[in-house]
Design a protein around this ligand. Structure first.
Ligand code: MN
Length: 129
């Protein structure tokens, strides 16, 4: 795989430890990761960088991840159709129907399992295509 064929992944995550873990794993497995630390920055980077898919933490400091999801889906550009994977905690299981209804392609539970997360992501991506 040549450098310019790498898939770009936008990671929207406010927790620095989670951000480091997920972006290191993605980069290690051949993706090109870019990070945004809140919802507004995430939407802006989705517009500017047109990532191939997005990992979206639902608990963000500015706007709720579900709102971020809706606003990306409402964009009039290619990224509006990109797979979006929510990152949730088990305490938020009640939000999952809302997430799927808002156009989320799947979700990963926190704490992220470093041994499983890449296969979880690739399964959701392949099912969304
Ligand atoms: Mn968070």
């Amino acid at each position: 795989m040549t450098e310019n064929k790498k898939q770009t992944v936008l990671v929207i995550e406010d927790n620095p430890d989670s951000m480091v873990l997920i972006t290191l794993l993605l980069d290690n497995f051949g993706y090109r990761s870019i990070g945004a630390v809140n919802g507004e920055q995430g939407i802006q980077m989705a517009i500017e960088r047109q990532p191939d898919f997005i990992l979206l933490d639902i608990q963000l400091p500015d706007i709720n991840g579900i709102e971020v999801l809706k606003r990306i889906r409402a964009l009039d550009m290619d990224v509006a159709k990109a797979p979006i994977i929510a990152v949730t905690t088990s305490a938020m299981s009640g939000d999952r129907e809302k997430l799927m209804a808002a156009g989320c392609d799947g979700y990963i539970e926190k704490p992220i399992d470093p041994m499983k997360v890449i296969s979880q992501i690739s399964t959701i991506i392949s099912e969304s295509l």
